[in-house]
Design a protein around this ligand. Structure first.
Ligand code: PMP
Length: 317
């Protein structure tokens, strides 16, 4: 049975945005139709979450790592970002405070701004930098386990798609794959690489468990997810073996457990892939023990309830 369709996930939007160094009402932050990045997809973004903390107030999870990745995306695009990672960290906190949000999703975006509209934006194109916030619940809306479909769209070759950048134009493949999966009654798409091995979802990294060993796809053709990194360190601490290795769709179908990870999707267990129920026996079609433990501990970690992870990973708003 398909999960009920998810309502448009944007709930309360922050009324204020941080735009090129200033906090403005969102209604006043407007851009030109001559914006280069709008025409050619030259831009990059981040998706970050802030959570209410056990001891009060809000804090942003792994904010520094997200802003460092944004700075790297700009480098990949050969754009000269007018702000440092530290300045962007402060800007994100300002945007949260301006909206009185303690728990929200934070979306920094950079793009080639109003300028000449040829493919070539010039040697030193103007860059806009904006940070928006909104309240955003569960992304995949599938708390009892998501249903996935291997997509007919593939992750472009690594010489075409710069996978270490979270680059706006590159998301078109993901949008097509996601809409194809939803149209077929599934919750999310899985994309293969050019050789037919699994990579990731349209907005999540992918993990499988078989006989107590956790596997996740290698960094070659995926985004270096910050949640993925959090999970790798978590399993290291728990002494649960984890391998970064390629796998095929039939290996995935036969896994004991499958789950997705991402800032928006957090930890989402998977109950079905391409019409095959994931798991065996009493666990068939249900979140398995490793995914359930991780899901619970991830929620505790981001709320400051597991101090061994919180120290360097939570930035108070
Ligand atoms: N892969 C893709 C394609 C994504 O868009 C995302 C979301 N940023 C992820 C993986 C997960 O990354 P993270 O854990 O850093 O949110």
């Amino acid at each position: 049975m398909a999960n009920a369709p998810v309502a448009h996930p944007t709930s309360r939007r922050g009324e204020k945005v941080w735009f090129n160094g200033k906090i403005l009402p969102e209604s006043e932050a407007r851009i030109s139709l001559f914006t280069h990045g709008l025409h050619y997809g030259v831009g990059a973004f981040e998706g970050i979450r802030a959570y209410k903390q056990k001891n009060g107030g809000g804090a942003v999870f792994r904010l520094v790592e997200h802003m460092d990745r944004l700075v790297e995306s700009a480098k990949i695009l050969d754009l000269k970002l007018p702000y440092s990672s530290e300045q962007l960290v402060q800007a994100a906190l300002e945007a949260c405070r301006a909206n009185h949000f303690e728990e929200c999703y934070i979306r920094p975006i950079i793009y080639t701004a109003d300028g000449p509209l040829g493919v070539n934006p010039g040697a030193n194109p103007p860059i806009d930098v904006a940070i928006l916030c909104w309240e955003w619940g569960s992304y995949l809306g599938a708390s009892n386990g998501a249903r996935l479909k291997v997509s007919s769209f593939i992750r472009p070759h690594v010489n075409s798609s710069m996978t270490k950048g979270k680059i706006t134009g590159q998301y078109v493949t993901g949008v097509l794959a996601k809409r194809e999966a939803l149209g077929a009654g599934y919750d999310e798409a899985l994309l293969l690489d050019t050789e037919g091995f699994l990579t990731e979802g349209s907005g999540e990294n992918l993990f499988m468990v078989k006989n107590g060993i956790v596997k996740t796809t290698p960094l070659t053709s995926i985004l270096n997810g910050i949640t993925r990194d959090t999970i790798i360190r978590y399993f290291e601490n728990k002494k649960i073996p984890l391998k970064e290795t390629r796998f095929t769709r039939d290996e995935l179908w036969c896994a004991d457990e499958v789950f997705l990870s991402g800032t928006a999707a957090e930890i989402t267990p998977v109950r079905e892939i391409d019409g095959r129920t994931i798991g065996n026996g009493a666990n068939a079609g249900k979140p398995g023990p490793i995914a359930s433990m991780l899901q619970r501990d991830y929620q505790a970690m981001v709320r400051g309830e597991l101090p061994e992870y919180g120290k360097n990973w939570l930035t108070s708003i």
